[in-house]
Design a binder for this molecule. Structure first.
Ligand code: GAF
Length: 384
């Protein structure tokens, strides 16, 4: 990404130069809402993310300029004590990362920073994880002598969401941001955190995101989905000791508790069990290059997310329907849902006609253009 503006703004505001750090956003091929259920996910980092210039300032104060924030004041100053939590939402991510690093024994001191990004905000591409990972990585480098390992850096971002931003997310986004590798997806077991890089270059296909521009902000509705899953697990665990997450459960266990849980909780848990099987099927399909099967599973995921997990919206369902009409191999809502992007696996020969039909028909129906991004799988957190 172009760092010139960051450099210029830093010099203008703080009068000197700092060091540049970058972390990416992510895509996810399949395995949605499985991470906090102890399941598998299949993300990859993208070539877009958040970049920050940072320099210790010899005080106990953080001074930060955000270049892309328009809906809140874009400059924040705050201290490092728990009671110093800033009022701006965007600044809570950075405050949370500082606090979580302090909890892990890092001697975080005051610093000046300017940051900006090219990963769209609220598009389901994990701009918030990119922000957290950028600051966690930088603080580890500047104040922690690199002592905190990458697993813990990902957990710092996740804990920031839980403790300072009100989102009880899983580990997928922060893991993908920190561990991303060029050209590779990551099959991650969210229970053990074992992971494997899968080189991903589907010959004859293109991967493209279509951003509905319905801004999603994960919060209560996301947390309610997680609570539903945990409620079903509690009922199953009362009959089957050893079941700790839906990863450990099967369809017969779910049937046993059907009468005890709400229809909503039941549907949500059923979606998670279905998705668990789909991720494993996709792993096998990728090993033999069967992209048509991968695509079929993507559609199944979409309709599961839309009908059973209810995290889609009209705009996203419309984009998936258009993809289906065009004969696109696979298409689905990506990330937490409630807006953001669809991820599409498209045969090269169909790419142009699909993209033009999807953008034209979407604009006619919803009155605004969706954005289109070709996916490039990039590397994880780094110093530039
Ligand atoms: C969001 C969360 F942050 C992730 O942890 C994950 O649950 C995802 O939604 C859904 O798969 O991005």
């Amino acid at each position: 990404m172009n760092t010139e503006l960051i450099r210029k703004s830093f010099r203008e505001r703080f009068g000197h130069a700092g060091e540049l750090f970058f972390s990416p956003g992510r895509i996810n091929l399949i395995g949605e809402h499985t991470d906090y259920n102890g399941g598998f996910v299949f993300p990859g980092a993208v070539d877009k993310g958040i970049c920050a210039e940072i320099l210790p300032n010899g005080t106990q104060k953080i001074r930060i300029q955000a270049l892309d924030i328009t809906d809140e004041p874009a400059y924040a100053e705050f201290g490092l004590e728990e009671s110093d939590k800033p009022s701006m939402h965007w600044a809570c991510y950075i405050f949370g990362v500082c606090r979580e690093m302090i909890k892990r024994g890092v001697n975080v001191q005051g610093f000046d920073a300017v940051f900006a990004g090219d990963v769209p905000l609220g598009a389901g591409m994990s701009s918030s994880a990119a922000l957290e990972s950028t600051f966690a990585f930088a603080i580890n480098n500047l104040f922690g002598a690199g002592r905190i390992d990458s697993f813990e850096l990902a957990k710092v971002g996740q804990a920031t969401e839980h403790n300072y931003c009100g989102v009880n997310c899983g580990i997928m986004d922060q893991f993908a941001s920190v561990f991303g590798k060029e050209g590779c997806l990551i099959r991650l077991d969210c229970r053990s955190l074992e992971y494997e890089y899968f080189p991903f270059d589907p010959k004859g296909y293109r991967m493209v995101l279509i951003n509905s521009c319905v801004k999603h902000m994960l919060g209560n509705e996301y947390n309610e989905r997680r609570a539903s899953c945990e409620n079903v697990v509690a009922h199953i665990a009362a009959k089957h000791s050893g079941v700790e997450t839906l990863r450990d459960a099967d369809y017969s266990m779910l049937q046993e508790v059907k009468a005890e849980v709400s229809a909503t909780d039941f549907s949500r848990a059923k979606y998670v069990l279905d998705e668990k099987e789909r991720v494993l099927a996709v792993c096998d399909a990728l090993k033999v290059g069967d992209y048509e099967l991968v695509g079929k599973k993507m559609y199944e995921t979409h309709w599961g997310l839309s009908r059973d997990y209810t995290v889609s919206c009209d705009e996203l369902d419309f984009l998936v329907e258009v993809a289906q009409q065009c004969g696109v191999t696979g298409s689905r809502v990506m990330g937490g849902g409630f807006g953001g992007c669809t991820i599409n696996m498209v045969r090269e020969s169909l790419y142009d006609s699909f993209v033009s039909k999807a953008t034209r028909e979407f604009s006619l129906k919803f009155g605004h253009q969706p954005f289109v991004y070709d996916i490039v799988i990039g590397a994880g957190s780094r110093k530039l």
